[in-house]
Each structure stands twice: as C-alpha cells, then as structure tokens.
Design a protein around this ligand. Structure first.
Ligand code: GTP
Ligand code: MG
Length: 348
C-alpha cells in the first residue's frame, strides 16, 4: 500500500513529509521524490504483547512518498497510488504573500488529475474505434461497445469537472475502471494545513468537504506539529499545556489514510509475536488466514475469534471468555472485523 503526497507549490508537502518520516531537514532537494515507511500505531497490539509476553510486536506499515510537484511529468508517478494526501495551503504564502485560496486550489488539483484521465480515455476510445472498424467478432464487438459506453459516460462527467472518485459506479464498473488507474479516482485525504489565523476557516472547510465521496479531511497545523515533534518529551508537554494546543499527531493522520483505503486490522498474539495484520474491509476468514500464511489458508479448519474489547473485558483470560461464550468458532466465510483477535486452526 502506498499513499503519495501531492499538492500545489508551497502548500507544505515537504514539511508534512518531514513530520511523517521523523526527518528534520527543511525540505527535499529540488524535484526529488522522497519515500518513507510509516507504521500504523495500534495500542491493542502493545497491550496483547504485554499479556502474552511476546518477544516481538509487529505493526502494519504503509509507504508514503512525497511527489515534489504536480505536473504532467509527475502524473505517471502518482497513478498507482492507493491514496493521495493533498496538503492545502491555509496560511499566507511565505514567498508571494498571497492569501490562501483553498477552494480554488482544490479545484486546480482536480483539474490536473481530470485532464490526465480525459487524455487516457480519448486514447482508449480511439483504439476501440479502430478495433471495431477492423471487424471484431460479434462477442468482441459487444464487449468493446460496452466499454465504449462506460468510457463515454465517464468522459462526460469528467468534462463537467466531476472526478472519477465522485462518479457513482456499480461493482462491475468499479472493477473495469480499476484497470485504467484513473488519477482522479484515487481516494484523497485533504490535509487542511493552517496556521493560527486560519484555524476556523480550515475547520469550516473540513465540514463542508467531508460529504464528498472518496475523500476525507483533516485540519492540521503541520509546521507547528513538526516543531512539537522535534522537541524532547517534557518540553513538548510544557508547550502543549501552556498554549492549550491540541496536536493531531502523525499517528492519527496515518490511521486516517489507512481507513480511507478501506483497510482494517485483525490481531494475532502468542509468546513469540503480537501482531496486527492488514486486510481490506469485507475479507473473509479464509483469506485473512492466507495473509498470515498460505499453508494456514490451504489447511484451514476454523478460526477462533474474539473482539479485542471483549477479550479486554475479561482481562485477557481466554478460559473465562470461553465460559462466557465470548470466544466464537467461525468458518471460512466469516467476515473479519477490525480488532478481531484470531487463532487459526489448520491442518498441514
Ligand atoms: N504558517 C505555516 N506555514 C507553513 C505550514 N506548513 C508549511 N509552512 C511554510 O510554507 C513554506 C512551504 O512549506 P514546504 O513544506 O516547503 O512546502 P512544499 O509544498 O514542499 O513547497 P514546494 O516544495 O516549494 O512546492 C515553508 O516556508 C513552510 O515553513 C503551516 O502549517 N503553517
Ligand atoms: Mg517541497
């Protein structure tokens, strides 16, 4: 899984990347892409590790890459992103002194993504036309015509400024559009990057944007958060208390991206390792088993499942959980939930 940071000039991309990567340098070298791996902090894993005296704890990770500019040169690099983190400037531009124009900026970013998708659609429509003319078989022809109808519909919406992520599609169409990896179809987290002067503006904008399909929002003062993050713990706490600050924190941001991707974690724990595993929401027990090990999937018998909160409610006493009927035996088709603690039973 990879999320990419993209945005307009001086919106705070490099500052955000430094916060997420724990780096202190002021910015990437000009035009340089930078990659970091962030872990999805999960207190439940640490708690399980304590209970089971696990030797190791393992958290899910997500790659985050900073794209230095939003240009047609860089667009191929963002197309395979699973999510985009888009900082939006809500402070006066330190170079031009221009006031923020967040709505205009958001539009501009969408236009750039949309333009790229329209070009891709036009190319594909041309190819379809040629195939049909060349005399495809009836079956091929029907398929091509269906594809052409879908692409034409998408093109119409795009041309009126609606990004793919906001176009209602059925399951089959979603599957089809995935093959094209449309840039405007990638889910977006708008990071409303504000200073003190624009805090309220950012919060109001977050409310308004939150209803858009395929997007999430987070108001944050990235520069301040980076400054706080680079302080020793006691100094940071002092500042937070003194100025009544409410930092969002990099962990919360990363969790937001994780959720935006439709990902959930299930947990496993024993004396060797306590671990959170990533699956798409809606994954069944059989495939969840496969993420742990292919052999467990092949030899799957059943899954012993309890939610983390239920397990915590009996003080992590599995026997008591069994007595109370909280520990369930689930089959292959059981849909795994976030925070399920699972023990897979399998044959080798
Ligand atoms: N007040 C304020 N200034 C910020 C914030 N985030 C970034 N800045 C400032 O805005 C300027 C640009 O920040 P960068 O992180 O370099 O932005 P960028 O998007 O990487 O910029 P380019 O790479 O030049 O496009 C710097 O002077 C930052 O200090 C913020 O949250 N609040
Ligand atoms: Mg930069």
């Amino acid at each position: 899984m990879i999320a990419r940071i993209v945005g307009l000039r001086r919106c705070g991309k490099s500052t955000l990347f430094n916060l997420l990567s724990g780096r202190e340098e002021t910015g990437g070298r000009f035009g340089e892409k930078r990659l970091t791996v962030c872990r999805i902090a999960d207190k439940r894993v640490s708690q399980l590790a304590e209970v089971y005296s696990s030797q190791k704890t393992t958290f899910p990770e997500i790659k985050i890459e900073e794209i230095p500019e939003l240009s047609s040169r860089m667009l191929p690099d963002i197309k395979d992103a699973d999510a985009l983190i888009v900082p939006v400037r809500l402070f006066d531009d330190p170079v031009t002194r221009e006031k923020p124009s967040p709505k205009k900026d958001i539009k501009e970013i969408d236009s750039e993504l949309i333009l790229n998708d329209v070009k891709a659609i036009e190319t594909r429509l041309g190819t379809i036309e040629r195939y049909i003319k060349k005399g495809a078989s009836t079956q091929e022809r029907e398929e091509l015509e269906r594809e052409r109808a879908l692409l034409t519909r998408l093109e119409g919406s795009l041309e009126s400024g609606i990004p793919v992520r906001q176009i209602p599609l059925d399951k089959k169409e979603v599957e089809k559009t995935r093959n094209y990896s449309f840039a405007s179809g990638i889910p977006i987290l708008y990071l409303l990057n504000h200073n003190d002067d624009y805090k309220e503006t950012a919060e109001a904008l977050a409310d308004r944007l939150s209803s858009l399909a395929g997007t999430d929002t987070l108001p944050m003062n990235v520069k301040l958060e980076l400054e706080l993050a680079s302080l020793p713990d006691d100094e940071r706490r002092e500042l937070i208390d003194e100025f009544e600050l409410e930092p969002v924190g990099a962990d919360f941001l990363i969790k937001k991206v994780y959720n935006l991707l439709g990902l959930i974690s299930f947990l496993t724990a024993n004396e060797h390792e306590a671990r959170a595993w990533t699956v798409k929401a809606g994954t069944d027990a059989l495939h969840a088993a496969g993420t742990v090990h292919k052999d467990i999937q092949k030899g799957f018998i059943r899954a012993e499942v309890i939610s983390f909160n239920e397990l915590a409610s009996v003080n992590f006493d599995t026997n008591l959980a069994k007595k109370k009927g909280l520990l369930r035996l689930e089959g292959k088709d059981y849909i795994v939930k976030d925070g399920d603690v699972i023990l897979f039973r399998f044959n080798v």
